[in-house]
Design a protein around this ligand. Sequence first.
Ligand code: ADP
Ligand code: MG
Length: 339
Amino acid sequence: MKRAAAVVLILLLTACAREPDGTRRQFFALGTLVDITVMAPPEKADAALRDAEQALLEFERRWRAWNEGQLAVLNGQLTEGQPVILAENIASGIRQARQLERESRGLFNPAIGKLVELWGFHQEERKAEPPPSDADIQVWLDAAPSLNDLVAENGKFVSRKPQLWLDMGAFAKGLAVNAAIEVLKKHGITDAIVNAGGDLKVLGTHGERRWRIGVRDPRGPGILAAIEVSGPVSVFTSGDYERWFEWEGRRYHHLLDPRSGYPAMQTTSLTVLHEDAARADAAATALFVAGDDWPLIARSMGIEAVMRVPAEGPVEITPAMQAYINWEDRQPEYRVIKP
Ligand code: ADP
Ligand code: MG
């Protein structure tokens, strides 16, 4: 449904439009509408935009964990206990993810694919079916697969647990956005934004002013706050409104707590800033899952700027985030929390 709407939107918009002060390109990738603006005339921007689009589409193929993705094939071999050789671009992504998993104390867990599948969130359109049974969740919890279970043996990698299924959904968008920005920089672009469905990275400025990023209100239409930044910086949000279903009057969303096997319920939306989009993406997920303990995980992941909308109580922001926020006339009740 979301996808169909986005496709219609793309058809209505011209694929590569001239902004008054920049050149813009929109297309569908990474399961969302991607919107790139480069602060340069089309003569300079078009080739850069084309190459950035190619980079994003390549990342989508590489990191798709189910169906015909490169990672899906790898997952199949790993669950059968086969030793695999990892292509360098896959291996380096896994190394980064492993480091982030450790720093997040396992709350960002890219080996979580089988649990995601139990909940049905691996499907583009989740079937109307009940949540998984406690018994099935317990089997996954007993195995507790993590990237530490992917071990090197005679130059190849083997999985120590059949329950290990790689799902980079909480992090691949960050890797891809980093790559797209690098492509733009190689073309000599100094001011740009790569926006993948609200998760984004900016370079430089938007003309004379900073880039202005709206953070969606998780519980209503419209914007909670505007974040004003000059790059390079990434802004990533994890929200419980992205993918969810209702069953017998209860709401279940796609951000799963690897400690309980259930959706993490203490937070509705959490936004982080960091230069590295991959770290920002993993951290938004990990801090969301951490619930009220997010300051601890922010410290161990080196994240200073955080805005959190808890399930109950006022909005929470760190002093570093406060410096970038413009509430305008919408200022909600909020608390400043030092991580
Ligand atoms: P979005 O993809 O909506 O931007 P995230 O970056 O937070 O949001 O990624 C959510 C996706 O990551 C889920 O759809 C699922 O595939 C996977 N996932 C869910 N919980 C976790 C977790 N605790 N650690 C790692 N990945 C997770
Ligand atoms: Mg994430």
